[in-house]
Design a protein. Structure first.
Lengths: 296, 500
């Protein structure tokens, strides 16, 4: 029985961190595009996280997490090397279909940079020409550039402020790739919904097949609750068992974004109550372990 | 020998179940029915006529010797009563609470022909709860064999199958995708009907039989059914994963905020403790005016959970009339007592959102019952020009489930037309050594039906493995141990042997 030990932690920035977790069985089973559900502790919520990498020899899977809400910030504070997750289940979802595409653009924006990596690698392994397009707000948030360079034939880095690579959004990176290569078979885009929608709109006029990985709110991740339902064309699908990859040109992104927002008030409440508890704790014990700087 | 009881000599009135008053219980998640006291149980036990035909035994999906355990109970031999029940049912505290006795044992009770039937379920629960209090566990003598059995899903079907296979001497491992075992007993049925603590005690009893539970294990994706038989060395596998893929109606507005399946609501509340948010991290946006669509047991659970979460109005909408409602009569009665309003013959047409994409109202229409349809129930037909608007800020769909697709996606199992796992009457699937039962075979049904399916499959699995079925009495008993894998060659013409 796996004990979900955290064997490695790397902090990419003050908000983004990597956890490498010991789970040999999952490392063996995982394929690109799949995700896990994690519970940090007994009172925790179940959060879906895309598998950013897996290492069958080390028997580990890698998660890259952005501290945005209560759970991810608490994990940032508490998840240390040698520690354990309370629950970790997966790999979930239908693996990405690594087809016969000869030339592929793999787009990762922000947190989507991590989960696009196994797909880029898989395409390269299948013999495709892989163009990586990575988007970050600025240079200080960049990570894994070396990993991508090792597997991509071309890499276009985009930053909002131009502090590294191309100044602009990943959509501009995709346009650049399309302008240079007339024979792109497929685009795969992972990132925030608004970014994926942008990518889909760039490729639509060119009729380039574009796959996106959706990340709606989930509870069980096994098809049982229906919380992750998404509109794909005229159909309603459950991202956990029917996805998470879908044809981006058929995805109703407005619907996805509306549904992602539906727990906003309780998320805010959870974060505030946690932060106030932290402040009380820190005030009571000023020498306790330093909590990460609160961006708000 | 006491005088033979007659319908005139027994206590005439069915002993009422002590309950928390409705006004009080809607403010807590404690059990509604607090359980028979000793004196209640002894009086009610006298009401069993110990009749010759024992229709109740045939009415029980697992065939509990009901008159047998009631006789022991009446004689104050409580452990004896527990022994009789656990011969066939390992989970009396669960079944005594959640079985639909009115359509099973109690529905055919001889006393019920003249008076109210014997309260069999309440007596069963009394015995089960006493066993929990006294920490009784009937761990039978188990003679271990070399067979490894894998059970997929730790709900009622899997638990029942696991228990039988462990008792037969197999090394049993139960795989559960959630972080805690128990399946629908944990995530689905709320504490006020079946406390999770009771389920945990029953699971501990299974552990005492040597059964191992491996949680956080999504079979199909972490490993496949086929890998269980090959790489992992299981000689037989039972699949009891439940139906789990909730249906929606496909009407406009279903993706609005505040619209969810009963499964989502119940899981958040029951398994993940959303009712204790923010002490627990899982939220459940509370509704002030909650509408639940459907009138099955799950719908009743969602309605009553909503009341306890503090909703001001809670309404059940059902397109047929009360007579057709699939929920247990007792559940509907409890819901009514607690203040749930029922809109029978009402069907939603559209969910209407506010500016923030949260549901604020529902447009419905009235229905009338026409001729009986394929299900034998009268078909609801819309009443022309009857549409009306109904205000609600939370809408819960409890209209059933479809087949979960994971095992179909990941194995060579043959499915039926609706996507459920195809089996024969014994639960055998299209893959040798792999059996299935419960909701993943039949579609949504009851806890006890799932347990019955788990036990039927266990019987077939024992035969498949060449194990003697402990419930069958064989003519020859000598030399059984000397045979390969404990099989006497005189008993069976062949045995299937899997070499690792």
């Amino acid at each position: 029985m796996a004990d979900f030990e955290i064997v490695k932690r790397t902090d990419f920035s003050d908000a983004t961190y990597l956890l490498e977790v010991h789970h040999p069985q999952m490392a063996k089973a995982a394929r690109p595009g799949q995700f896990v559900i994690v519970m940090a502790h007994e009172h925790g919520e179940r959060i879906p996280l895309t598998i950013a990498d897996f290492d069958r020899e080390r028997g580990t899977i890698t998660l890259v997490i952005q501290a945005v809400g209560k759970t991810t910030r608490e994990m940032q504070r508490d998840c240390r090397e040698g520690g354990h997750l309370h629950a970790l289940v997966g790999p979930m979802g239908i693996p990405s279909h690594i087809g016969n595409a000869r030339k592929v653009v793999c787009v990762g924006g922000g947190l989507g940079v991590a989960p696009i990596f196994p797909q880029a690698r898989a395409y390269k392994e299948s013999g495709a020409y892989v163009i990586g397009v990575l988007g970050f707000r600025n240079r200080s948030l960049m990570f894994w550039e070396d990993k991508f360079r090792a597997w991509c034939d071309e890499l276009i880095v985009c930053t909002d402020d131009g502090s590294a690579g191309l100044k602009g959004l990943v959509t501009e990176g995709i346009e650049q790739a399309i302008a240079k290569h007339a024979d792109i078979d497929e685009v795969v885009a992972i990132g925030p919904p608004v970014m994926m929608r942008g990518c889909v709109e760039v490729t639509r006029p060119h009729a380039i097949k574009t796959m996106v990985s959706l990340n709606p709110v989930m509870v069980d991740g096994t098809g049982m609750c229906g919380g992750c339902r998404v509109k794909i064309g005229e159909q309603v699908k459950f991202a956990c068992v029917d996805g998470p990859d879908f044809d981006g040109h058929a995805v109703d992104f407005d619907d996805l974004m509306t549904r992602l927002a539906r727990y906003k008030p309780t998320e805010k409440q959870a974060l505030e109550s946690w932060q106030s508890a932290c402040r009380i704790r820190d005030a009571a014990a000023p020498s306790a372990t330093a909590t990460p700087a609160d961006p708000h | 020998m006491p005088k033979k009881k007659t319908i005139r000599s027994i206590p005439q009135a069915r002993t009422p179940m002590p309950e928390q008053p409705p006004g009080e219980r809607v403010r807590n998640f404690d059990e509604v029915a607090t359980g028979y006291r000793l004196e209640d149980a002894l009086v009610e036990a006298q009401r069993c006529l110990d009749c010759a035909d024992q229709p109740c035994v045939a009415g029980c999906p697992v065939g509990i010797d009901i008159p047998g355990f009631i006789r022991k109970l009446e004689a104050k031999n409580f452990h004896g009563a527990y022994d009789v029940i656990t011969d066939t049912n390992l989970l009396p505290s669960v079944c005594g609470r959640v079985c639909p006795q009115e359509t099973q044992c109690e529905g055919v009770c001889t006393v019920g022909d003249t008076l109210e039937p014997v309260a069999i379920g309440r007596l069963e629960r009394f015995v089960g709860d006493m066993a929990i209090r006294e920490d009784w566990a009937n761990v039978p003598y188990i003679e271990h064999n070399r067979f490894k059995v894998g059970i997929v899903g730790s709900g009622p079907a899997g638990m029942a199958c696991a228990a039988d296979m462990a008792k037969a001497g197999c090394e049993v491992t139960v795989y559960e995708a959630f972080h805690e075992p128990g399946g629908v007993l944990k995530y689905g049925i709320p504490d006020f009907r079946l406390p999770n603590a009771v389920v945990d005690v029953e699971i501990d009893k299974l552990k005492r039989l040597g059964i191992r539970f491996e949680c956080n294990t999504l079979v199909g994706r972490l490993f496949t059914i086929e890998q269980m038989l090959t790489e992992m060395g299981h000689h037989a596998v039972f699949i009891g994963t439940g139906a789990g893929y909730p249906s929606f109606m496909g009407i406009p507005g279903e993706s609005l905020g505040g619209v969810l399946s009963a499964n989502e609501m119940l899981t958040r509340c029951n398994l993940l403790h959303a009712r204790e948010f923010p002490a627990y991290d899982t939220p459940l946006q509370p509704g002030k005016h909650v509408a639940v669509i459907g009138a099955g047991n799950t719908a009743m659970d969602a309605l009553r959970v909503s009341l306890r979460l503090g909703a001001e109005t809670v309404t059940c909408l059902y397109r047929r009339s009360a007579a057709e409602a699939p929920a247990r009569v007792e559940e509907i009665h409890h819901a009514q007592q607690e203040g749930v309003q029922f809109h029978w013959l009402t069907s939603p047409l559209e969910l209407i959102g506010d500016d923030n994409h949260n549901v604020r109202a529902m447009r419905c229409e009235r229905m009338a019952l026409g001729e009986p349809d394929a299900s034998g129930r009268r078909r609801p037909l819309p009443v022309p020009d009857s549409a009306f608007e109904f205000e609600c800020d939370m809408v819960v769909f409890a209209i059933g489930t479809n087949a979960n697709p994971i095992l179909g996606q990941t194995s060579g199992l043959k499915l039926d037309k609706r996507g459920y796992i195809a089996t024969d009457d014994d639960g055998a699937t299209s893959i040798g050594g792999v059996y299935a039962g419960g909701d993943i075979v039949t579609g949504a049904a009851t806890v006890i039906q799932a347990m019955g399916a788990g036990r039927r499959a266990a019987r077939a699995m024992k035969a498949y493995l060449g194990l003697r079925d402990s419930e069958r009495i064989y003519a020859t008993d000598a030399g059984a141990e000397s045979g390969l894998f404990g099989i006497d060659r005189r008993e069976r013409s062949f045995a299937r042997i899997h070499l690792a």
